[in-house]
Write a protein that binds this ligand. Structure first.
Ligand code: ZN
Length: 97
């Protein structure tokens, strides 16, 4: 995992219907953008439902820091607006919208 990577957290069984973890609770797409290092060798990752810290083995890298210009990367590291992130994420993973 590196800054700017797009990562995917494994979805919980049964679409998380009986789950109350961060991602299920917020009905997240489970796709996030790595913002930077966090404590305990973890990464701070921005998701559609907010920020979450993950270890390397807790998420799969689905896209290596593509399409990120220096400016965008700075945006990400400096705190991208949630709405900006949402539209950016939709573009990158072709969700439409
Ligand atoms: Zn869950």
């Amino acid at each position: 995992m590196e800054i700017g990577d797009l990562v995917q957290v494994k979805k919980c069984p049964d679409n998380g219907i009986l789950c109350s973890c961060f991602f299920c609770h917020h009905d997240s797409s489970c796709v996030g953008l790595v913002k930077g290092p966090a404590t305990f060798n973890r990464w701070s990752v921005l998701f559609d439902c907010g920020e979450w810290e993950l270890a390397d083995d807790e998420a799969e890298v689905i896209s290596k820091s593509i399409e990120l210009t220096d400016d965008q990367l700075e945006n990400v590291c400096g705190g991208m607006e949630q709405s900006q992130f949402d539209s950016w994420r939709c573009r990158v993973i072709n969700e439409g919208g």
